[in-house]
Each structure stands twice: as structure tokens, then as C-alpha cells.
Design a binder for this molecule. Sequence first.
Ligand SMILES: [Zn+2]
Length: 363
Amino acid sequence: MANIRITNCHIHTFTAQHVPENFPFPGAKYIRKTPGIIRGLGWAARLLGQEQLSDQLQRLYQFQQQGARETQQEILDDVSKYYPSDTRFVILPMAMQNIGFGSVPVDLRAQHDELAQMRDTANPPGSVLPFATVDPRDPDSVRECLRALTELKFKGLKIYPRLGFAPDHQRLMEDIYPLVDRLGLPVMTHCSRGGVQGSDVCDYQGDQYTRPHAYLPVLRKFPQMRLCLAHFGGQVDWTAYANARETRGGENWMTQIREMIGSGAYPNLWTDISYTLFQFDDFAPILRLLLRGTDPASQRLHARVLFGSDFYMTRQEELSERAVSIRLRDTLGDNLFKQIAQTNPEVWYDNQPEDKSLWTGQG
Ligand SMILES: [Zn+2]
């Protein structure tokens, strides 16, 4: 078996302390304080013969318990158990202070500081790769993000436009991206119809902020910046693709990402398979087909897909981290798995040189 040094390009370790008190609904904080309610509902559902509902509640309980950990380090320790000991983890924080669900008990500065400490004490050294995040609508958040990039020396940026801002927001375009670009750092952004949405953001608006084409002004102004659209468009769009159905707005984001990368016009545009591929049986064969093509568009995609999981969001899913990565390796084969889990992350994150011939012809 080939030795593969995995980089998981997408995990989270933020806790309930970094989430607004009223998220996702008023009173949520009470349920968080008494998680037994969810577990109790699960037992009741089982008693009533509602096996499926009971399983769902059990997974919701697991998810809620994961976020209830006291520290980010504990969550990292939980996810590390599923992976070989030399695995590296890109950790993505969240800035949820201004999304209309009340105040956040522990602020972004403290969240970043804790990540810096985890990086500095990581075992093995170099295995913890924290990113800085920002809500560009909030000047304090912009300052804090710049501090994390310059003083804490975080080696990447995470944004989450679905919270309520466009990816070409003026503060991003003028303050944040120029620094990230100058430092040669990678960017990760949430690109699916699911996940967290600001309280005053309707689905239509959320889609406008999130759709792959929303990044065109960013790609044009910062063509050298390595930008990853996470989740490969997301499960809704993969399901629609598999069933040849329409999605909201009449565009399929999985297809849109494939076309943008495949065209060769954006050599530094990337995608990751996090969360989406936890719907493993339906989607892994599709992924394998997409990556195995020999035409230039497929070869470009082959060089631009990253392995990531989205732990601990995935505690809501049936398969564990280890189950998914083992099945993925089996389905894709060692060579393809190595490409997305080791080779591609070393270009995206570490900025290692690669063969550029796929992009010189631009066809
Ligand atoms: Zn995520």
C-alpha cells in the first residue's frame, strides 16, 4: 500500500462558545445547556417505532455533543483519531458575531488565538494549519483578520459569504485579498446551498452570494490567488446532477465549477469534496468518473480537487470520517486518492511548484 500523507483541507473545531446564543432559533441556548432533551426525543422516537427519526436524532445529538466540547483542542483530538498520525488538518474558524442570532460568548480574536496556540503546540509539529476568517461588514472583524494574518502568521483565509456579504465586498477587495495575494496564501470559501445563513438573508440572496459565478470579479482581479470553492457546489446540486433535475435559480453549481476549472481560464481556482462526499454511495462513482477523464478539462479538474471532510458538521451523517476516507481510497484507487489528498493540497496549501502545461494552451 502506497504511503500517502493526507492533508484534510477542511475541518472545523469551533465550539458552542463561538456560535450566537439564538442560533439557529431563539431558545437554542437552553437546548444546548440541556442536551438530554435531544437524546430523550431519540429514545421516545425509538419506543414509538420511528427508527429513522431516532437515528437522525442520535446523530443530531452526536453533533451537538461535539460542539459542546470545552476547547477547540478537544475537537481536534476527536477528529485526529480517525486519521493516520502524520495527517495535516486545515482548521477553518467562523465569524458569527453579526449574523442576527444574538451575541457570541467568545469573540473572534480569542477563537484565532486558541488556534494559534494549537498550531504552536501541535503533535506532530506542522500538523495544525489554521486559517483566519472575517466578516467584511464589521471593521473590528476586518482588523482582527489582518492581525491573524500578519501577527499570528496564519497561512490562509476562510470566508463564508452565505452569512450575508458578496465575495467581492469592498473590504475584501481592498483590504484583505491584496494582503493574502501578496503573501501567496490560499483562500477557502463555502460554496453550497446548505450551511449557515444570516437571519436577514433569504435563500435567493444567499445563493447570489454563494454561486460560483459570484467569484468572477475576484478571479479577474486576483488571478494568482489560490481560491477553493468548498463542497464542490454541495449535495443539493450533486443530487440534482445525478437525477438530471433543476436546482433553484436554474443553474447547477457542481457543473458551473467543473466548467470554470475545466475551461483553463482560471488556473488558480480549486474545489474540495468536503461534506458532499459523505453521501458516499451516490456520489463517489461520479467523482471517480470526473477525475479519470483524459481530455484537457478533466485533467485540469484532476489537478484541482482537494480532499477535505468538514468535520464535525459530518457528525450529522451516518458514516464516520474513517469510513469515508477508507471507502474513498478504495473507490478512487491509490493513485487518484493520493492526487486529491496529498499532491493537490501540497500545491494549494504549500504553494509547491507543479507542471503548468495543462493551463498554457487555454482551450
Ligand atoms: Zn465547512
